[in-house]
Write a protein that binds this ligand. Structure first.
Ligand code: URA
Length: 465
């Protein structure tokens, strides 16, 4: 059975053919299902038809699952990226003096790096046009975290995006009806159809956003481990290589840093709780004295920012770049950029600061160690899933995310703990979500008599510079 709209006459939209006389979505799904490679015009047909509302969700989810299982060739992945870019307009930031450099993570648990890195890079002399994503699968989303700041809007049009970058050095936005609408739709569909963990689909999703936002150079944080979409170093390298190849073919300078994502990054997992941790990291010495400094989070953040400064040509090498980063944290200029950005995007920095210590969901439970020893593992996937059950992420496309739920860890891998001491506190909106989250987090923690060997955080670095 075919709907006439999918076989109707050709229509030009933004220079692209939307419908074709002889193409049917079902034939393309079958071709992909049977291991065939789709031509560029076939991929355009699917993407444009989906964005135009003519190809329904159920056919697109079948196509995504076929692509997930059978993979895509380099040519298909490039064609998908281009079709997604062309589904909307691209930002024109040529009036900004630059250098325009951005970073993007392939997704992790407790990954609030963007919230710290963007103001830090801006304070070090870069302009950062950042188009981010929402929670995906078990991983958190930068947009959901930022929107937990009362009043903060991530729906910026192109003019406002450029204006905010020129005011405070960076702006944070999401895909919209105008800019990469195909990623807005596909991202939400992949989130709830089990089709996230695919190198070509991740590459096209990330590169389409990054091309459309107008950055000249890009640094990727390719996460590897249980809390990432790529669980092994080999798979993470494949993703890094795919991002570099596609980015270069689009004329961008690329660095990919592969980082360990076996335990949550930092101590906080959720939405507002991650804003809290980020704000305190940016405050540096001015953070409250009881703030637990997340060394892993800051090591990854600073390394990625160093590469941004090198890729943007404002630092000669990573050693000099590191000094600039540490100075911008110590002298308060990075935190000042953060406050300026919050105000520019609709938030109130003073209201935000007033809620840093107190805004947490009412239902809470503290989990304690059942034996003495060393924490040898905190399975990031299980903690991420606990976050989804609490409502920090979504199970269906129209789920609302909750701002104040989350998990606050007190012990990380390698820490010593005595029986009965607290491991973490869970904040929830309901007792049922609290129970499920507690079950997941309990299963995530492993304690052993012997201290573990902790793997390095930076596993590899690949660059096209
Ligand atoms: N980040 C994205 O923007 N897209 C993905 O598919 C995964 C991580």
């Amino acid at each position: 059975m075919n709907r006439p709209a999918q076989t109707g006459s050709s229509v030009q939209q933004g220079g692209l053919v939307v419908f074709s006389l002889d193409m049917r979505a079902v034939d393309l799904i079958v071709k992909k299902r049977d291991g065939g490679a789709l031509a560029a015009d076939e991929i355009e047909f699917l993407i444009n038809g989906y964005v135009a509302g003519e190809i329904p969700d159920y056919q697109v989810s079948a196509f995504l699952m076929a692509a997930f299982f059978n993979g895509m060739t380099g040519a298909e992945s490039g064609a998908l990226t281009r079709a997604m870019i062309n589904s909307g307009t691209t930002m024109d930031l040529s009036a900004l003096p630059g250098p325009l450099v951005d970073k993007h993570s392939t997704g992790g648990v407790g990954d609030k790096v963007s919230l710290i890195l963007a103001p830090l890079a801006a304070a070090c002399g870069l302009q950062v046009p950042m188009m981010s994503g929402r929670a995906l699968g078990h991983t958190g989303g930068t947009l959901d975290k930022l929107e937990s700041i009362t009043g903060y809007s991530t729906a910026l049009d192109a003019d406002r995006f450029a204006e905010i970058i020129s005011q405070c050095g960076y702006a944070m936005t999401g895909q919209s009806r105008d800019i990469v609408p195909a990623d807005r739709l596909l991202y939400a569909m992949r989130d709830v159809t089990g089709t996230v963990e695919s190198v070509p689909l991740i590459t096209a999703s990330i590169m389409s956003k990054k091309f459309a936002e107008g950055a000249e150079a890009l640094v990727f944080d390719v996460k590897s481990g249980s809390g990432a979409f790529m669980k092994t170093l080999d798979d993470s390298r494949r993703l890094a290589e795919s991002l570099i190849a596609t980015g270069e073919s689009l004329g961008r300078k690329i660095v990919a840093v592969i980082t360990r994502m076996t335990e949550p990054l930092g101590y906080m997992v959720g939405n507002f709780v991650e804003v809290v941790e980020s704000a305190y990291c940016l405050m540096a010495d001015r953070a409250p004295s009881n703030f637990r400094y997340p060394a892993d989070l800051m090591d990854v953040t600073i390394r990625l920012t160093e590469w941004m400064l090198v890729a943007g040509g404002v630092s000669d090498g990573v050693t000099e770049a590191e000094k600039r980063c540490r100075d911008a944290l110590a002298d308060g200029s990075a935190y000042e950029r953060f406050r300026q950005n919050v105000a520019a995007q609709g938030g109130d920095p003073e209201l935000l600061e007033a809620g840093l210590e107190s805004r947490r969901s009412p239902e809470r439970q503290t989990l304690t160690a059942d034996q003495s020893g060393y924490v040898t593992d905190i399975d990031a996937y299980q903690v991420g899933m606990a976050g989804v059950y609490l409502g920090a992420g979504r199970s269906k496309t129209d789920d609302e995310v909750l701002a104040d739920v989350g998990v606050e860890l007190y012990r990380k891998v390698g820490d010593e703990v005595r029986a009965g001491e607290p491991l973490c506190t869970i904040y929830a909106e309901s007792t049922s979500s609290l129970e499920e989250a507690a079950r997941r987090v309990t299963s995530a923690y492993c304690i052993d008599a012997a201290p573990p060997t902790v793997e390095p955080l930076i596993l590899d670095e690949l660059t096209s510079l």
